[in-house]
Design a protein. Structure first.
Length: 155
């Protein structure tokens, strides 16, 4: 997915580029083909089309894959406010309906509490028909040790 395919919903271009670069370089994200839909201050949207390797009998996507998508999109929303790195402290997820392999799974996250050290983020995940699959909430802590000096003033 190219940068111009990701909707920038009002982020500073430097922060927008930083987040896209950071997430695209992650081996996990490349392997799973996680893709951004949009980024804005305190919000993010991502999608994935889970492969059969990540499903249980009957073609249902494994809950761990759904949790991974929720965690990733919430982390991106936490970072999006000013470009600082935040790490997951805890994650709660409620599974509501099944998701199926090779069908697009979309996640949307919004920061509920934008603290400087601790952020609380919520997400909703939807299947390819727009039906709610899961709701999640996570707590993220600012990582003071992340040395992303190439992004200058963003840290």
């Amino acid at each position: 997915m190219k940068k111009d395919e990701v909707q920038n919903r009002g982020l500073d271009e430097g922060i927008f580029d930083y987040i896209l670069k950071r997430y695209r370089e992650a081996n996990c994200h490349q392997t799973l083909d996680l893709q951004f839909i949009y980024l804005g201050p305190g919000e993010a949207g991502m999608k994935i089309s889970p492969k059969p390797e990540y499903s249980t009998p009957g073609g249902r996507v494994h809950g761990g894959m759904i949790a991974l998508l929720a965690d990733t999109v919430m982390g991106a929303a936490a970072v999006s406010i000013e470009g600082r790195v935040y790490r997951t402290v805890d994650l709660n997820i409620n599974y509501i309906a099944p998701a199926f392999e090779e069908k697009e799974l979309r996640a949307e996250a919004v920061v509920a509490h934008p603290g400087k050290t601790i952020r609380v983020v919520e997400s909703s995940l939807f299947n390819d028909q727009g039906k709610l699959v899961a709701k999640s909430r996570g707590t993220f802590i600012r990582d003071l040790k992340s040395p992303y000096k190439e992004y200058g003033d963003l840290l």
